[in-house]
Design a protein around this ligand. Structure first.
Ligand code: NAI
Ligand code: MG
Length: 501
């Protein structure tokens, strides 16, 4: 295997041997039936480091033929007793083992995540990688607790239900939290006894490939988890259309979510969708403004704003609007933009040239709509896809920068009059993924939290998800709830059995 010639430049600053060796082994392959294989077409694509635009590795470009092979493998593994009839205790052990292996390889995984996605290494170490281990460990507890019911049938009958796995699950994930998103999908599907065809995003395939190796190391039988790297049209669409895939779970854009839903009609796959957001963060004047401003800044800039729950519409009660915007500017200007491997960096680049262009175009759209650039408003010159943390002030909720998901470090500060106005404007969006309310008035907090049409609401904080609690969207942010006990609904189906006595 030969590394790409740019590897040394692409990984400048990386010290861990294991990370460099992993990348040296290029092209990276597809995982089908326990074997790492090239795409049948022989094609590959480049995975780029967004901080320096150098090529990290070549990646197998899976297509329909590879998806077919992966689905056949997943189907065989599902039907064979080696997976479907292992005991729940054994399944549990596999998941605990995967969690342990993620922790043992945390430094390498964090480096791969930072190189591939551009996120600060320190944050990958603190949040992404431990979060993925936590998710596997959380679901490791479930196999032995997936209960059925006995129902109050009449005396001549005994009726009970059992929860069975759905079958072959296609899982298509995005690039913003590559390993976390893989863990949210893979862990509950395995806990429930399904088999998997996972497609990581083409921008960030590396940590999923490494996860595939760890899943093998954990001893999960061949064919239970298959990984097809490749593009949306081609690899992703073939999964969504496949007649022998029983369920598809998708996280990504609302636009592609709609395509997935259409493609699912062929064989009526079960579908769960986690899509975009334009989440309101509502700040009343009686709140702890210092805590609110710090949290609002993180809420919009965390992961360079590439977060589906990013608090991009910052609603501020009129009397404190000017003061709050001043403080937002001050906090934003403290967000150090730069090399993701530098400890001081808070904001890395955005993930790709495409995303960079998209974000820059929204900066122009905002200026054109008459919003005022309070801070930022431009890209950082030089190599890498860096954008200055940007706050637009004087925004009203009908502007495109307040309605469309930008997915970059760009926040909109919008004024509101009173509680009713905050709720009205907060809900005036096609999305409904998340929202937050800041106030010291407990009943106001609870009333507003109830009125906001969003799958997650934070009170006096912003951001964060824990595998103990459901996550998902209202409206065009999707449907189905991942995490918590709710993932079991996505990855099991219920059988009712009547026994004549
Ligand atoms: P995308 O929705 O195209 O990509 C997400 C995943 O879907 C990737 O794995 C991609 O390969 C796959 N995909 C793309 N087209 C497909 C198709 N026709 N059939 C099956 N799978 C397909 O998102 P993209 O283009 O990377 O980003 C565009 C915008 O989407 C962003 O600016 C952001 O607004 C939003 N987005 C939202 C995310 C979220 O977490 N909700 C994550 C990523 C993007
Ligand atoms: Mg796309």
């Amino acid at each position: 295997m030969a590394a790409v010639p740019s590897l040394e430049r692409a990984v400048a600053g990386i010290k861990t041997r294991a990370t460099i060796n992993f990348l040296r082994d290029s092209p990276k392959k597809l995982l089908i039936n326990g074997q790492w294989v090239a795409a049948k077409s022989g094609k590959t694509f480049e995975s780029i480091n967004p901080a320096n635009e150098e090529i990290l590795a070549l990646i197998a470009e899976g297509d329909k033929a590879d998806v077919d092979a992966a689905v056949t493998s997943a189907r065989r593994a599902f039907d064979e007793s080696k997976w479907s009839s292992i005991t729940p205790h054994q399944r549990s052990r596999y998941l605990y083992k995967i969690a342990d292996l993620i922790e043992q390889n945390a430094d390498q995984l964090a480096e791969l995540e930072s190189l591939d996605n551009g996120k600060p290494l320190a944050i990958a170490k603190l949040a992404d990688i431990p979060g993925a281990a936590r998710t596997f460990r959380y679901y490791a507890g479930w196999p032995t607790k997936i209960y059925g019911e006995t129902n109050p049938s009449d005396p001549s009958t005994f009726n009970y239900t059992i929860r069975e796995p759905v079958g072959v699950c296609g899982q298509i994930i995005p690039w913003n939290f590559p390993l976390s998103m893989a863990s949210w999908k893979v862990a509950p599907a395995l806990a429930c006894g399904n088999t998997i065809v996972l497609k990581p995003a083409e921008q960030t395939p590396l940590s999923a490939i490494r996860l595939g190796e760890l899943i093998q190391e954990a001893g999960v039988p061949d064919g239970v988890v298959n990984i097809i790297t490749g593009f949306g049209p081609g690899a992703g669409s073939s999964i969504a259309e496949h007649p022998d895939v029983d369920k598809v779970a998708f996280t990504g854009s609302t636009e592609v979510g709609k395509l997935i839903l259409q493609a699912s009609a062929g064989n009526l796959k079960r579908v769960s969708l986690e899509l975009g957001g334009k989440s309101p963060n509502i700040i009343f004047r009686d709140s702890d403004l210092e805590a609110a401003v710090q949290s609002a800044t993180r809420g919009v800039f965390f992961n360079s704003g590439q977060v589906c729950t990013a608090g991009t519409r910052i609603f501020i009660e009129q009397p404190v609007y000017d003061e709050f915007v001043e403080r937002l500017i001050e906090q934003s200007e403290k967000m150090t933009v730069g090399d993701p491997l530098d400890e001081k960096t808070r904001l890395g680049p955005v993930v790709s040239r495409e995303q960079f262009d998209r974000v820059k175009s929204y900066l122009e759209i905002g200026k054109g709509e008459g919003a005022k650039v309070a801070t930022g408003g431009e890209a950082v010159p030089g190599a890498g896809y860096f954008v200055r943390p940007t706050i637009f002030a004087g925004v009203h909720n009908q502007m495109r920068i307040a309605r469309e998901e930008i997915f970059g470090p760009v926040g909109a500060a919008i004024a509101f009059k009173d509680e009713d106005d905050a709720i009205l404007q907060g809900n005036d969006t096609t999305y409904g993924l998340a929202a937050a309310v800041w106030t010291r008035d407990v009943s106001r907090a609870l009333k507003v939290a109830r009125a906001l049409k969003a799958g997650t609401v934070w009170i006096n904080t912003y951001g964060g998800a824990d595998p103990i609690s459901p996550f998902g969207g209202y409206k065009q942010s999707g449907f189905g709830r991942e995490l918590g006990v709710h993932s079991l609904d996505l990855y099991t189906q219920i059988k009712s059995v009547y026994v004549k006595l």
